[in-house]
Unconditional design. Structure first.
Lengths: 240, 223
């Protein structure tokens, strides 16, 4: 899949980028009229809390990436019937679940301080809740199937069926439900999945580096998990 | 896959259902028990239309979850899966089961509607009949399309009864939210045009789910 050098690049790249985003995102002061590259603008209503966008959104983005990767390898397993694809699919799903939990927790804390309560059933909160349920159902299904072929095939089919509903959450729900996130119904900047980022250029650069850093972090963890799962699979095949 | 073959399978399912009445009796009892529980909880409170619409689909969801998996589980239990694989193509089986489950879900909504109109005679008043009918028909189609493929998956697993609602709910959330919103509009007497957006979602959901299930069913069925 990836060579050793690629993995080292992903590992060190993600460590450097995430460390940089953590320090820069927290250290750069806010200013009502930013003059230099070392000042963030004050966004009314968010103030210091705006810094969370540099961590919460990349984590949520990685959740989506992990879900797509898991579904993709599930789909590929159905085509190839190669167990390595099932290993990749379940490894991506495990990481997706972890990032999904992190996105839910960071989002809930942010919501508490910006909107007054941990949970408001805003369209995007509903979507991430459903994604948690999908992961829960996916792992429940896997543990209920004993033979490996059945487990791999049926969980792949389930992840694709669940994936069919994702566009409804991304594109349809925010349009018909009013919500608190940007891009919900009633937002003066228009409803839709793509949010116009009202960020200053320096904030945007750090934000994009955060996206890249968390994506590399996912690639590194994914590779580790796949290698571990392969070893476990070989060992269990060896013993039985 | 031919239409006559599909309807032959639907007839077979109806015959075997009428012979045992297993699903039918269980569904009727489930509806009665669920509505009775709601009445105990509400006592003499007058629920609003959105609460009633929600409770309506809660009853439909859990009742369907107790009965719709029968279509595949019964084939597994009676050991008729192999025979069915020999005599019919996977897509024939899929569409036959889809039609049977749609009919079952639709009759279920009719039964729940009749019961609700009787017990909530002053609050459950359908003011926009066209919206309500559209919601119930499109809702049944979408409901059946998602729950048929999941029933096929669940029939292959060990803990069927508990797994079915767990797997179905995340997939059905979009549909449930939409039918609840459309039902509220029908109860509030909003014009038919106000529910058109909901209907678009329901049609899109049904088409996407059916197309996906049609393409994936073979992998589940042959497992």
């Amino acid at each position: 899949m990836f060579g050793k050098n690629d993995m080292n690049a992903a590992k060190y790249g993600s460590i450097i980028l995430i460390t940089f985003v953590l320090i820069a995102g927290l250290a750069i002061p806010l200013s009502p009229s930013p003059q230099s590259w070392l000042e963030f603008p004050i966004i009314p209503g968010l103030e210091e809390k705006a810094r969370n966008i540099l961590y919460h959104v990349p984590v949520a983005w990685t959740t989506v990436v992990a879900f797509l990767v898991g579904t993709f390898y599930g789909f590929r397993y159905l085509k190839t019937k190669n167990f390595d694809d099932d290993i990749k699919s379940v490894s991506a799903a495990g990481l997706g679940f972890m990032f999904c939990l992190l996105a839910t927790i960071t989002g809930a804390i942010w919501a508490k301080f910006s909107w007054g309560s941990f949970w408001n059933w805003d369209p995007r909160e509903t979507s991430i809740f459903v994604l948690l349920l999908i992961y829960g159902a996916y792992f429940a299904l896997r543990s209920a199937l004993e033979t490996e072929e059945k487990r791999a095939t049926l969980s792949a089919v389930y992840s694709i069926i669940a994936g069919i509903t994702v566009p409804f959450f991304v594109f349809v729900m925010p349009r018909i439900m009013s919500g608190l996130h940007p891009g919900a119904k009633g937002d003066p900047d228009g409803a839709g999945p793509v949010v116009q980022f009202k960020m200053s250029p320096n904030m945007l650069v750090i934000f994009l580096l955060g996206l890249l850093g968390f994506t590399l972090f996912f690639i590194w963890l994914f590779n580790l998990r796949v290698r571990l799962a392969r070893l476990e699979y070989q060992r269990s095949a060896h013993h039985s | 896959m031919s239409v006559t073959a599909i309807f032959a399978l639907v007839r077979k399912d109806i015959h075997s259902e009428l012979r045992t009445r297993y699903a039918l009796n269980a569904l009727v009892m489930f509806v009665v028990v669920a509505v009775a529980t709601i009445l105990f909880a509400l006592r003499s409170d007058q629920p609003t239309s959105s609460v009633l619409a929600g409770l309506y689909w809660v009853v439909v969801f859990f009742t369907a979850m107790s009965g719709l998996s029968r279509t595949f589980v019964s084939e597994e239990e009676r050991g008729t899966t192999m025979t069915l694989q020999l005599v019919a193509t996977p897509s024939t089986v899929y569409f036959a089961k889809l039609i049977f489950n749609t009919a079952l879900t639709f009759s279920l909504t009719i039964a729940v509607t009749a019961l609700y109109m009787a017990v909530f005679s002053s609050t459950f008043v359908i003011q926009t009949m066209s919206t309500f009918l559209g919601t119930v028909i499109l809702g049944s189609l979408g409901f059946a399309s998602a729950s048929t493929i999941i029933a096929a998956i669940v029939a292959k697993a060990n803990t069927r009864a508990t797994l079915y609602p767990v797997l179905s709910f995340p997939v059905l959330v979009v549909l449930l939210m939409t039918v609840m919103s459309a039902t509220t509009k029908a109860l509030d007497g909003e014009p038919f045009a106000s529910a058109l957006g909901d209907f678009q979602i329901l049609i899109g959901y049904f088409l996407a789910m059916t197309a996906g299930s049609y393409l994936l069913f073979e992998y589940v069925w042959k497992e």
